[in-house]
Write a protein that binds this ligand. Structure first.
Ligand code: SAH
Length: 345
């Protein structure tokens, strides 16, 4: 078994650079064995609700950056968000993920109310927020309103690389401070990064792994960078399925109890098999889209994102795909298991 628990940055970078020498099937089998001892063969689903595509930021890679004047902007109303949850609940979702651009229209007060309403209507469900960088007090307020989890990818662990992907108003230090605040408050915290983003090196990916090891997040979202035509990175090369799967497997081995999604971006690069391949490399979560169909084509963070498939149809397909490879989609909140086993022993 590959043991890289104490790998240095240099050793990780070499491993990533020379990955052609690694037997991939063996690596994925190890990742699956670890995943199965933490979570069995269950696949958790999260209903993704894209609540707004207004954004004050200008991240160079993102299709809903404020500088994209062609983007048709929308916001969901609290009633629309609740009805997405209702539809999702009937389909078997027990986690709702509210994601969006950084949109001041959604004040702390309004978000608090939305979280409270969802938790009141669906007390057996987890609420995950993914709404970008906020002050400590705002995160605390949402947590006290009942939000269980927060996703905030660090995007890259290297500050210089971060500055090449973001406008100068945004700071790597602030992003990390936000992640630390989320953990301190008690959220199940998710972070992560894009694979194959412009200027990314093997050293950067090694730093990402070391940062994950330090932060010990409950969730880790990684997916290939995919160019969007109306961004400064329109003509950059995208990330690959191959490197994304390799990184997924390493993360599973490094963080045995992490909740790792087989991401939409991976499914976009390989529509026929991407989701299955992510699961076979150690992922254990899938995040189907629950947004109303008329807004889906507007939440275009990269080109070719699937917007057509109805959630119910997507779910039928997903269940079949998981069944084919010996896994099963379950109706459960799918919380992080870390520490539970020790408590029961
Ligand atoms: N505003 C929120 C949500 C961002 S969208 C936040 O800041 O957290 C969620 C993730 O999509 C981002 O964190 C980023 O890693 C990813 N993403 C954005 N643009 C992308 C692109 N062009 N290709 C691949 N992933 C992208």
């Amino acid at each position: 078994m590959l043991d890289f628990t104490n790998f240095t940055k240099r050793e990780f970078a070499d491993l990533i650079r020379n990955r052609a020498e690694i037997d991939r099937e063996e690596l994925y089998a190890e990742a699956r064995a670890v995943r199965e001892s933490s979570y069995g063969t269950d696949v958790y689903i999260r209903g993704l609700i894209e609540i707004t595509n207004y954004c004050k930021n200008d991240c160079l890679y993102c299709g809903i950056r404020k500088g994209n004047l062609d983007a048709m902007r929308y916001r969901l109303t609290p009633e629309q968000i609740l009805s997405c949850c209702e539809h999702g609940y009937e389909l078997g979702f027990r986690t709702f993920v509210l994601q969006g651009g950084e949109d001041y229209f959604f004040s702390d007060e309004l978000l608090e109310k939305i979280v409270r309403d969802i938790k009141r209507c669906f007390p057996d469900c987890a609420v995950t927020l993914s709404l970008g960088e906020k002050e400590y007090d705002s995160y605390l307020r949402f947590f006290e309103a009942g939000a269980d989890r927060y996703l905030l990818r660090h995007e890259t662990a290297n500050p210089l690389h971060y500055s090449l992907l973001h406008p100068k108003e945004m700071s790597h230090a602030h992003r990390l401070e936000c992640i630390r605040n989320l953990k301190r408050i008690g959220y199940q915290t998710g972070t992560g990064f894009m694979v194959g983003s412009p200027y990314q090196t093997a050293e950067n990916l090694a730093e990402d792994l070391l940062l994950l090891k330090e932060l010990q997040p409950e969730m880790v979202g990684i997916g290939p960078f995919l160019p969007h035509h109306a961004t400064p990175f329109a003509h950059e090369a995208g990330g690959t399925v191959e490197l994304t799967l390799f990184m997924l497997a390493l993360i599973r081995l490094l963080l045995p109890f992490s909740l790792l999604p087989s991401t939409t971006a991976l499914g976009t690069l390989d529509p026929a098999r991407g989701r299955q391949r992510g699961i076979l490399a150690g992922a254990n979560v899938v995040m189907p889209n629950l947004s109303p169909s008329d807004v889906r084509s507007k939440y275009m963070i990269y080109d070719n994102k699937n917007t057509a498939t109805e959630t119910a149809d997507y779910l039928v397909q997903l269940k079949r795909e998981m069944h084919e490879i010996g896994y099963q989609v379950v109706t459960s909140r799918g919380d992080c298991n870390r520490g539970r086993r020790m408590m029961n022993d």
